[in-house]
Design a protein around this ligand. Structure first.
Ligand code: NAD
Length: 365
């Protein structure tokens, strides 16, 4: 009898789980520990990174770091263009930096990953959105209008400081799509071929926390408790993103963002209910667990109603996509195989994108 047969008969568990070497600090006011966290990484000369619009965040962190901050770079941009990375590399080399501290959303974290992995230096992230990039070993970069993705252990940041207060300034119009972006990681983790009991539990808790956090924040936009629930959900969802392979939804968003320059989080918020509906027939068990977590009887409609009720984007035509590009996008989405429970066909994706373009209601199948 071969080993596989023995294991099947005896119902023995078997899996591979690579625990990432990453320190996580979560709480309110935790940014105050940025200096000691850098010390733990044995780094003494940090360059602080941010987007152009959030240099005040970089200033604040540099002040906390004192003499450990040897420079700043405020040129992080969406989709990590290599030109911005080259400029940041120049600053880090010039200041003889042995670490980068990324303060911001996924765009800033992407730049930090690109710089730290090229130079082999330490990387500490303080996320201010719910994107989850800080928890993955994946880096997407753009060069000459093309987006490429690479992964490896050197890309995973060494430490993450989640400070709920840093997310308090996120405008509502960014909060809702960013939170649904996080929810998408949890949804696809539940039907991933790599799914395990541990990731399932984290994914379901993430979905509940994000749903409840969003509703509580809608009632009281200044609630730190609601922000905490959301960031916690995003942390759990990001952990799932870093642990298991994603499916059709992430592939579609990658194509729409990378080739058609659609904004990352709003694209996730529009597409998620349609990708869930597309996969529904092949993922009944996962969908009923998601529906239960959302206290509903139909998971795709529950997600779509949530986005709609919160005033988030619900149609691709409203976020910069052109109907004429549907066929091209569908072609790119089916061009290479990737894990997805439902079969992926060109005609099926054209239909999905056409519905998403118009923001049609998803229905139970
Ligand atoms: P982002 O970093 O561009 O931020 C989104 C918006 O939030 C911006 O307008 C920004 O100015 C604003 N913002 C951020 N922090 C703020 C704050 N404290 N107060 C007020 N406004 C604030 O976008 P994102 O959605 O966080 O991340 C998207 C990028 O991350 C994309 O390039 C995506 O490909 C990448 N990403 C990568 C991974 C990965 O695993 N490699 C995972 C998720 C996202």
């Amino acid at each position: 009898m071969v080993v596989d047969d023995i294991m099947r008969e005896a119902q023995v568990r078997s899996f591979v789980h690579q625990a990432p070497a990453q320190r996580i600090v979560f709480g309110v006011g935790t940014i105050a520990s940025v200096g000691t966290e850098l010390d733990r990484l044995n780094a003494t000369r940090a360059v602080v990174l941010s987007t152009p619009g959030h240099r005040h965040l970089a200033d604040g962190v540099a002040e906390l770091l004192g003499p450990r901050a040897v420079g700043q770079f405020h040129g992080a941009l969406p989709h990590t263009p290599v030109e911005a990375t080259e400029q940041a590399l120049e600053v880090v080399r010039d200041r003889r930096g042995d670490a980068v501290v990324s303060v911001g959303g996924g765009s800033t974290t992407g730049l930090g990953k690109a710089v730290a992995s090229r130079l082999g230096i330490r990387h500490l992230v303080t996320p201010t959105t719910y994107a989850g990039s800080e928890l993955t070993s994946v880096l997407g970069e753009t060069s000459g209008g093309e987006k490429t993705t690479q992964s490896g252990p050197e890309i995973l940041p060494n430490a993450v400081i989640y400070d709920v207060e840093l997310t308090a300034t996120l405008p509502w119009s960014v909060t809702v799509p960013s939170a649904i972006n996080a929810m998408a990681h949890a949804v696809e983790a539940l039907y991933s071929p790599d799914a395990k009991d541990r990731t399932d539990e984290m994914a379901l808790e993430a979905i509940r926390s994000i749903d409840q956090g969003l509703r509580a924040l809608q009632d009281d936009r200044a609630s730190l408790g609601a922000r905490s629930e959301l960031l916690y959900g995003a942390y759990l969802a990001g952990t799932c993103l870093g642990a298991v392979a994603m499916g059709l939804h992430h592939k579609l968003c990658h194509v729409l963002g990378g080739t058609f320059d659609l904004p990352h989080a709003p694209t996730h918020a529009v597409v998620l209910p349609y990708a869930m509906a597309y996969n529904e027939a092949a993922t009944r068990a996962a969908m009923s667990r998601i529906a239960e977590a959302l206290e509903s009887d139909h998971a795709p409609s529950a997600v779509q109603s949530l986005v709609r009720e919160l005033g988030g984007p619900t149609a691709l035509r409203d976020i910069g996509f052109a109907r004429v590009d549907i066929g091209h996008a569908a072609g790119l989405a089916v061009s290479r195989p990737y894990p997805n429970p439902g079969g992926v066909t060109h005609a099926g994706i054209v239909e999905l994108l056409s519905k998403a373009f118009d923001g049609k209601r998803v229905r139970s199948t």
